[in-house]
Design a protein around this ligand. Structure first.
Ligand code: ADP
Length: 402
């Protein structure tokens, strides 16, 4: 029997949601509440071709959640709140505690709140969202799905930074990695599409969106990933620098009298594609500017691809070869130019892409001679969340369908 599952992604001033019929994964409706806390907040709900939108005051996440549930009823998407069988929450940080998604108990919730130390902007809102929906839907089991959990399989040698030991032992400074839900989802989809067990594959997954990260996956387990202690490290992103010489920071702090918060803003909001191009953080805008002859936009695109290529190179070493290079995220799924630049001249690896297949975003874009497969797979973190709600929150139904 089908179950109706709600997937919730609470941000600092937003709340995204999807209602899915599981295990089929059919999307019943989806929506977004933006600018929470303002008098001109925007509520958007889509069901198939239909779209409802209104601008109104929404004071906080509690009001946003109440509005969302009320709209699901008034638009007859669900007959009653008891029709929602389970709720899944995206949670940014699971630290070293959560190695998989987890049923939300009082203890689990307290631990998510304790881990706010590692993700001060995200975990508190995620926890608040959990509390609100627990109260509104007390009958529905709730499951937390962590961005970090998939990477808990990293060996110590892949997650420790060469700092004095106590920074790991006492402060928990290590590589955690993020985008785990996406990397896990697309690698599972890949195995399904290939008809090969994931356990037999060496995969490099490139999630390229506003935030970007790469993940080396061996036998279905994450063995390395480019984001680290925070989602700021690794490859270059829309507004984030990715890896830089760490000593630049104390140097700038002294030279320009900048506070730690200002340095954080510099790395997080002013760098990456935006910082180099001076045009935009949006890949499409930078592509357009480059086509129009803007040299810094072209440099930004080159730098973006080069940093990804360098990471791919190091992961091929770690994996001892490569079976599939996988692209996902807004850029990975849609930009033929980005994929072409990243895969350029990799014939020595046995990897080549077909321009026509690449141009139409085909699922497999390698040439007939390419030993390495190159895949383009749309990510769907909400579906992964709903699957985990079924697996962990409603195992009796998940098993019955399996
Ligand atoms: P987020 O990390 O916020 O989820 P997305 O995965 O949606 O982001 O990716 C957003 C990025 O994808 C933006 O830089 C956008 O320009 C880029 N993008 C979306 N569609 C295209 C396209 N057709 N061609 C090139 N880039 C695209």
């Amino acid at each position: 029997m089908s179950r109706t599952i709600m997937a919730i992604n609470a941000g600092s001033s937003s709340l995204k949601f999807q209602l899915l019929l599981m295990p089929a994964g059919t999307l019943l409706c989806q929506g977004l509440i933006e600018r929470i806390g303002r008098s001109d907040a925007i509520f958007t709900l889509r069901q198939g071709e239909q779209k409802w939108q209104e601008t109104r005051a929404i004071a906080d996440h509690k009001e946003a959640a109440a509005l969302l549930l009320e709209k699901l009823l008034s638009h007859h998407i669900i007959p009653s709140l008891s029709a929602i069988d389970g709720v899944g929450h995206r949670v940014a940080h699971g630290g070293e505690t959560f190695k998989d998604s987890a049923l939300i108990t009082n203890d689990a919730l307290a631990e998510i709140e304790r881990l706010a130390e590692l993700a001060p902007l995200h975990n508190p809102v995620n926890a608040a969202g959990i509390r609100i929906f627990r109260k509104a839907l007390p009958h529905a089991p709730a499951v937390a799905v962590f961005d970090t959990a998939f990477h808990q399989t990293l060996e110590q040698s892949a997650f420790i930074y060469p700092l004095p030991w106590r920074y790991y032992a006492e402060l928990g400074i290590r590589r955690y990695g993020f985008h785990g839900t996406s990397h896990k989802f697309v690698s599972q989809q890949l195995a399904e599409k290939l008809g090969v067990p994931l356990s037999a594959l060496r995969v490099i997954s490139c999630h390229l969106g506003n935030g970007s990260s790469l993940c080396a996956i061996k036998g279905g387990r994450s063995v390395n990933t480019s984001m680290g202690f925070t989602p700021q490290s690794g490859v270059m992103m829309g507004t984030r620098s990715g890896d830089i010489d760490p000593s630049i920071l104390p140097w700038v702090a002294l030279k320009e009298d900048r506070s730690p918060q200002q340095l954080n803003a510099l790395l997080n909001n002013e760098s990456g594609l935006l910082g180099i191009s001076g045009v935009s953080n949006d890949f499409r805008d930078v592509e357009q500017a480059s086509i129009a002859g803007n040299a810094r936009a072209t440099l930004a695109l080159t730098l973006f691809a080069e940093r990804i290529r360098a990471t791919i190179g190091s992961y091929v070493m770690q994996l001892g070869g490569l079976d599939v290079l996988l692209f996902t995220g807004g850029i990975g799924e849609n930009s033929a130019r980005a994929r072409e630049a990243i895969c350029h001249n990799l014939h020595f690896l046995g990897l080549g892409i077909d321009a026509e297949k690449n141009g139409r975003n085909a699922t497999f874009i390698q040439t007939d001679h390419s030993v390495v497969k190159v895949a383009v797979i749309n990510t769907n973190e909400e579906l992964m969340i709903a699957r985990d709600v079924m697996r962990i929150g409603l195992p009796e139904y998940a098993e019955a369908e399996a």
